[in-house]
Design a protein around this ligand. Structure first.
Ligand SMILES: NC(=O)c1ccc[n+]([C@@H]2O[C@H](COP(=O)([O-])OP(=O)(O)OC[C@H]3O[C@@H](n4cnc5c(N)ncnc54)[C@H](OP(=O)(O)O)[C@@H]3O)[C@@H](O)[C@H]2O)c1
Length: 254
């Protein structure tokens, strides 16, 4: 799937104006989920925007209690209803937990694709082994894998799987929920380029081949800065400096 380098993470966004502003400044990928409780907000922002629906990639996710085969279709229809859309571009399994059973859940997601409710199927928070099992049960190619990835946490076995199998890794919480500004290595790279730590962190995340990011932001200034961060080229020394942060601090463990 061809995703722009920067999309909008919408967890915590409760105002459609933020979504409308994001589209106005150039975002073309909106990431929501049933569990964020804001699919209506995202749909309203999209509907209010001048940007045509077919120019925007809308992704949502089925939560762990929506993954029983008899529930998948109704859950997807409810998400579409809240979004005010007749299809989404990407529908993820949010986590392989709860009602998730690869042999049952994934064929039900394939049916969403054949019935036109969903253009593509994504996975989120899978391990390499769980990805391999998913490939055995899913007819559709894995369109994207969404995982936590930022200077404090990056799992390179997942990146290797994405590259080997030809799907993008979608980095969530690329700003470590705002904590990147406290990291000395990120600050040093930011100072060198006269940018903010947030810009340096996003540039580091999306400067890795095969990785796109979905930072969440609320103000026009943050939205614009994060979109522009994809244009900052870090050199090998900068990249190594941030990669040298040897802390495995996962914000969203199982
Ligand atoms: N698949 C999953 O299981 C999963 C889990 C977690 C998150 N996600 C997705 O990933 C998205 C992003 O992750 P996240 O919301 O955890 O955190 P994040 O994007 O790492 O950080 C967001 C925080 O950084 C601030 N911020 C954004 N841009 C900034 C800038 N340029 N300068 C200074 N501060 C800035 C935001 O403040 P303001 O809002 O005030 O701008 C907000 O407090 C979520 O919205 C969601 O879509 C997915």
């Amino acid at each position: 799937m061809d995703l722009p380098p920067i999309g909008l993470g919408t967890m915590g966004i409760e105002d459609p104006d933020v979504v409308e502003t994001a589209l106005d400044v150039g975002y073309r990928h909106l990431d929501t989920a049933r569990i964020y409780g804001n699919e209506r907000v995202v749909g309203e922002g999209l509907a209010a925007s001048d940007v045509p629906r077919d120019e925007v990639l809308v992704a949502t996710k089925l939560w762990i209690d929506d993954l029983a085969p008899g529930r998948v279709r109704a859950a997807a229809e409810e998400s579409l209803d809240r979004l005010g859309l007749d299809r989404v571009d990407l529908c993820y399994v949010h986590r392989p937990r709860g009602e998730y059973d690869p042999a049952e859940t994934l064929p039900a997601l394939d049916d969403l694709v054949s019935d036109g409710l969903v253009d593509a199927v994504g996975l989120s928070n899978f391990t390499v082994d769980q990805l391999a099992t998913a490939r055995e049960h899913l007819d559709a190619p894995i369109a994207a894998h969404q995982v936590e990835r930022h200077p404090l946490f990056a799992e390179n076995d997942l990146l290797a799987d994405a590259r080997e199998n030809g799907y993008p890794l979608v980095a969530y919480s690329p700003l470590a929920g705002g904590r990147v500004r406290e990291l000395l290595e990120v600050q040093a790279v930011a100072e060198k380029h006269d940018v903010t730590p947030e810009t340096a962190a996003i540039a580091w995340v999306v400067g890795t081949d095969g990785v796109v990011a979905i930072p969440k932001a609320s103000s026009r200034a943050h939205l614009e800065a994060n979109l522009a961060a994809a244009n900052l080229d870090l050199d090998a020394e900068d990249r190594d400096r941030i990669a040298s942060i040897d802390r495995e601090e996962e914000l969203f463990p199982e």
